[in-house]
Ligand binder design. Structure first.
Ligand code: ASP
Length: 308
């Protein structure tokens, strides 16, 4: 594993290794002194061309807890806002002698492109509507802690599938771990051409959330990504909630112990009700906590391994 640009960069064995290391890294969070020397002397740049709360701060914390030097660069405030090309920005920051690049960009494929220009490991922290591999790894880590082995488990991923990089990475990661995925969305938010994927390799689709919920072991709600929508994908927010929201009524019908996930940021009252977001079965904050451990593990394996 040289880069983590998509889940295609990791085998099932790699995922198992990342999870095992993440479990060890997770213990660091509860220590008083949260420092391991593993990446001492290494420098990581977080290059973020899109907004982020969880992902950027958890990559920063993860790097710092491994004793790396971490620098955050965002498009606002960097020369990208003066018209510098992505290639020039990537080459400029790597020319400073850094050891790893974490990239978020609104263009699908940006991380792949950058990995062809630079000679350090590139980690994709979200590229357009393509992938967000560390999110999928932390989601699967969270699900494994809640459910054990995911082989044969059935997970619903619900909502704005068309615009969701979280969906694409999770579909790949969950099926690689032997889970079955049901993608639930209104027809207008179901990715074009998804038909042929359906029914193969543990993936199916549905437009009927109420029919799917009683059949699943876990439910992952996705944010309605208005910033990526160019038109009206549903009549009103209210209508979306009635058909596809994890409302209080649906929560009551869901098994009390069925884990509820959401990658954040949540639109409370739209795709998820406050009751579901704050339910005892909600794993949303576990996901955030797992995010640091999993990103520590990924940084460790990419930067401290044989290839570093
Ligand atoms: N935080 C996730 C992402 O960057 C999910 C979302 O924004 O809806 O893709």
């Amino acid at each position: 594993m040289r880069h983590l640009r998509s889940i295609d960069d990791v085998t099932a064995d790699d995922i198992a290794t990342i999870m095992a290391t993440a479990t060890e890294m997770h213990d660091v969070q509860s220590r008083q002194v949260k420092k391991l020397p593993a990446l001492r002397g290494r420098t990581v740049i977080n290059l973020f061309f899109e907004d982020s709360t969880r992902t950027r701060s958890s990559f920063e914390i993860a790097g710092k807890w491994l004793s790396a030097d971490v620098i955050n660069l965002s498009a606002k405030g960097s020369s990208a806002s003066k018209g510098e090309s992505l290639r020039d920005t990537a080459l400029t920051v790597t020319a400073m002698g850094i050891d790893g690049l974490v990239v978020r960009h609104s263009a699908s494929g940006a991380a792949h492109q950058i990995s062809g220009w630079v000679d350090v490991p590139v980690i994709n922290a979200g590229d357009g509507t393509h992938e967000h591999p560390t999110q999928a790894l932390l989601d699967c880590y969270t699900l494994q802690r809640a459910l054990g082995d995911l082989a044969g488990r059935r997970v619903a991923i619900v909502g704005d599938l068309t615009h969701s990089r979280v969906f694409r990475s999770n579909l790949a990661c969950l099926t690689r771990l032997g889970a079955q995925v049901v993608g639930v969305a209104p027809p207008t938010l179901m990715p074009a051409g998804v038909g042929p994927w359906s029914g193969t390799d543990g993936f199916e689709v549905s437009n009927d959330l109420d029919a799917v919920l009683p059949t699943v072991d876990a439910v992952m709600m996705l944010r309605v990504q208005r910033e990526r929508m160019s038109g009206g994908f549903f009549p009103t927010g209210r209508e979306y909630t009635v058909e596809y929201g994890l409302t209080r009524t649906r929560l009551a019908r869901l098994g009390e112990r069925t884990p509820i996930l959401h990658p954040g940021p949540m639109n409370r009252g739209l795709e998820i009700s406050p009751e579901a977001a704050d339910a005892a079965s909600s794993r949303v904050l576990d996901q955030v906590s797992a995010g640091v451990a999993v990103r520590m593990s990924v940084l460790y394996h990419l930067l401290a391994g044989e290839e570093a």
